[in-house]
Structure formats: structure tokens, C-alpha cells
Design a protein around this ligand. Structure first.
Ligand code: URA
Ligand code: CA
Length: 432
């Protein structure tokens, strides 16, 4: 088999066979096939697309390029949730204990990553003592006994994806549906769960800027999952403005606690229920999505979800008293209000710009080496559609430096007040 023939066939709009896809992924992972040939193939795929069978084959070839996690020692249907990424997305912190409270095993492997705030692990580390550096044995034991555990990224998962994603990044081939869908799904499948719920974001703060693109990506990922034997569903959700009110690590832990108590921001609660009901349904704990949602509401109302969060914190060495004493979370030195300069309704809260403002405060990492400040961030006091009067606070800035002029300027640039505005639809579509 010659790589040049594969490139030419795809260039001419032909299908690649399973053997050809395995050949190129294995050869590329080992270093036998050079970057220039793979970048030519990626560009051919960008223009000519791949059919469902090729997408599934590409995904599984990447899964098999490295280690995979074996969760078969855990009883029950393991359901994972994945978000394509947004600003102030607190859903994982809420959903993990919420779903575990219904006896559904949550075996979460999570990263730190780059972004406007830290990843789930960084957020959890704002709880004193919380440890994600547990052994695989402890991890499996905790999930079997308590239905919930989080572990930092271990092992060499999907090395082919790492190499290919880095190459796409510098060859103008990131934005290709078959390549994005196989990249995301390969990582989820290698992480070992039986079923996958996807939260595909759309809007300014999202990877997919339009709902049409988000839907296409969601359909592509759901087909791949179902074609390779993992039950998969997706929700298309709004990310034109940040989710909930908190953007920041400790602030989001607090927001998750409020939500588990039934007192969180309405949009965050709505999205957690939309995603959670798919997780409960796929786990076989309810016979309809409606029944699944009822069960979730019940464990919020009766306090079991919050109890599960405390149990989870204690199991991993953290101090569960933060749940009732949020003042024990890292606190910022300065709280600065951002007053509205005119009256009207909030028309825009541009998600990625607001995320950048949080990052300027130190809430996220710009490079892998950056240190995160867990205490800092933003609390949105108004969301799109809310009325404001001059002088009213739009945002509370939690800072560890006194002068935040750069953050204030960035926020004013990203908040638009107009005569009229309505809140955006949160859940655009459900893909099954
Ligand atoms: N995120 C991924 O993990 N892969 C892509 O290709 C794009 C976004
Ligand atoms: Ca939030």
C-alpha cells in the first residue's frame, strides 16, 4: 500500500477502505508516514468529506493507536458526558454527583487543559485537600463502592489524534466535520464508557459558531458512536453568552453546590437536566426521558445529590464542609462592581470575550506552564434579556490585584445594552 495512492483517491472523491485507513493511522503514529503526506490527505478529506463508514473506521483506528481504559470491572452502564467547550460551563461539576446519586457509575477522567478557566480537575482542586492523583485501582474501587470518582489523565490515549490534531492546527484542516468528529469521539471511546452524552455548543463562545454547523457535528458524532457500539446522544446548546453566572474555578464550585441544592442559575439547571436525562435514560435507569428528568429533580429536592457531592469530596481527600461553608473556598482579595452606563436591556454578553476577561484575571491558563488563580473570576449579575438601570452592577469582578482597568475595558467592550432584547433559546436541538 502506498500513501500517495490514498491521497490521490481521496482527492478524486473516492472512498478509503478500512485497511487503508488503518494503514495511514498506524504508519503516521509510528512515524513511517511523513507529515507532508498526512497533511495532503487531511486537506483532501477537508474538501471531499468521508462517509459514515470511513468516519467510524478513522475513529476506531485512532482509538487503537494507543492505550484504552478498561472499565469492565465496574458494574452497570458507564455513561460519560462531553462538552465541546464553552465559557463558565459548570455542568460536569453538577452532573457527576447528580447522576451518581441515581446509582449510575460516573468514572470520570478529566484534564486541566487550556482555556478561560481551568478544567474540571482545577475546579475541584479549589476544595482543600481534593486529590485526583489516585491510582487506577483506587479509582475503580471508588466508582464501584460510591458510584463516583475523578482521576487525572493517565496513560497514552489516542496518540494518533494528538499528532493529527497538531498537524491540522498548522495546515488549515481543523474545521472539517469528519476530522473533528473522529478526533473527539476517539478520545471518548478510548476512555472506556459504554454510552456517551454530547453537549455541542453553538455561538460566540463555541467552536461551532452557527447552529447549522453544530447540528452537523452533533449528527456526525452520534452516528460514529452508534456505529461503533456506544449508545450516543447529543444536545445542541447555546454558548452565545456564558453558562450560568459564575466564571472561575472556586466560583464555579460554589455555583455547582447551589445548583445541586436547587438554587442555581436557571439556564445552568435547565442544561444539566437536559443532559442528565439523556445520561439516566442511556444508563437504563428510566424508560423515558421524562421519567429520567423526574428522577433527577427528586434527588435534587431530597438532598441526595448534594450528599453525593459531599461523599465524593471526602472520598478523594477533600474537606466536605465547604459545601455548607463556602467561605472555606479560596477567596479573592478584591470584589469590584461593573456599573451599567445606561438603561435598557442586556442584548449581548459575548461569551468568548467575557471568557478572555476572566483569563486576564488569572482564572485560566494561556500556556501549559501558566499557574491558575483558583479564587478569581467573574459573577454575571445580568444575563441577556435582563433590564438594567444606570449604575446597577452588570458583573462582579473577583480579583487578586487592585487595578483591573484592562478587565473593565474588556467587559465593557463585550456587553451591549440596547432598547430591547430577549434571552436566547438555551437548548436548540436534541440529536439521537
Ligand atoms: N476538539 C478536538 O478534540 N478535536 C478537534 O478536532 C476539534 C476540537
Ligand atoms: Ca457557570
Amino acid at each position: 500500500m502506498r500513501m500517495v495512492d490514498l491521497i490521490a483517491r481521496k482527492r478524486d472523491g473516492k472512498e478509503l477502505t478500512t485497511e487503508e485507513i488503518n494503514f495511514f493511522i498506524q504508519g503516521y503514529t509510528k512515524g513511517d508516514i511523513p507529515d507532508y503526506q498526512v497533511s495532503a490527505l487531511a486537506m483532501a478529506i477537508f474538501f471531499q468529506d468521508m462517509n459514515d463508514r470511513e468516519r467510524a473506521d478513522l475513529t476506531m483506528a485512532m482509538v487503537h493507536s494507543g492505550e484504552t481504559i478498561d472499565l469492565s470491572g465496574i458494574e452497570g452502564v458507564k455513561v460519560d458526558k462531553h462538552s465541546t467547550g464553552g465559557v463558565g460551563d459548570t455542568t460536569t461539576l453538577v452532573l457527576a454527583p447528580l447522576v451518581a446519586a441515581l446509582d449510575i457509575p460516573v468514572a470520570k477522567m478529566s484534564g486541566r487543559g487550556l482555556g478561560h478557566t481551568g478544567g474540571t480537575i482545577d475546579k475541584l482542586e479549589s476544595i482543600q485537600g481534593f486529590d485526583v492523583e489516585i491510582t487506577k485501582e483506587q479509582f475503580l474501587h471508588l466508582v464501584n463502592e460510591h458510584k463516583i470518582a475523578v482521576i487525572g489523565q493517565t496513560g497514552n490515549l489516542t496518540p494518533a489524534d494528538k499528532k493529527l490534531y497538531a498537524l491540522r492546527d498548522v495546515t488549515g484542516t481543523v474545521n472539517s466535520i469528519p476530522l473533528i468528529a473522529s478526533s473527539i469521539m476517539s478520545k471518548k471511546i478510548a476512555a472506556g464508557s459504554d454510552a456517551i452524552v454530547l453537549d455541542v455548543k453553538t455561538g460566540a463562545g463555541a467552536f461551532m459558531k452557527t447552529t447549522e454547523d453544530a447540528k452537523e457535528l452533533a449528527h456526525a458524532m452520534v452516528s460514529i458512536g452508534n456505529n461503533v457500539g456506544r449508545k450516543t446522544m447529543a444536545v445542541i446548546s447555546d454558548m452565545s453568552q456564558p453558562l450560568g453566572e459564575a466564571i472561575g474555578n472556586a466560583l464555579e464550585v460554589q455555583e455547582a453546590i447551589d445548583t445541586l441544592r436547587g438554587k442555581g442559575p436557571k439556564d445552568l439547571e435547565e442544561l444539566c437536566l437536559a443532559l442528565g436525562r439523556q445520561m439516566v435514560f442511556l444508563a437504563g435507569k428510566a424508560s423515558s426521558l421524562e421519567e429520567a428528568e423526574e428522577k433527577l429533580k427528586e434527588v435534587i429536592a431530597n438532598g441526595k445529590a448534594l450528599e453525593k457531592f459531599k461523599e465524593f469530596i471526602a472520598n478523594q481527600g477533600g474537606d466536605p464542609s465547604v459545601v455548607d461553608h463556602p467561605e472555606k473556598l479560596p477567596q479573592a482579595k478584591f470584589k469590584i462592581e461593573l456599573p451599567a452606563r445606561k438603561s435598557g436591556k442586556v442584548a449581548e454578553l459575548v461569551a468568548d470575550e467575557i471568557g478572555t476577561a476572566a483569563m486576564l484575571l488569572g482564572a485560566g491558563r494561556a500556556t501549559k506552564e501558566s499557574q491558575i488563580d483558583l479564587a478569581v473570576g467573574l459573577m454575571l449579575n445580568k444575563k441577556i434579556g435582563d433590564a438594567v438601570e444606570p449604575g446597577e452592577s452588570l458583573v462582579t469582578i473577583y480579583a487578586n490585584r487592585e487595578n483591573v482597568d484592562d478587565v473593565i475595558q474588556k467587559l465593557y467592550e463585550s456587553i451591549v445594552i440596547a432598547d430591547d432584547a430577549v434571552a436566547p433559546v438555551l437548548v436548540h436541538d436534541i440529536v439521537t
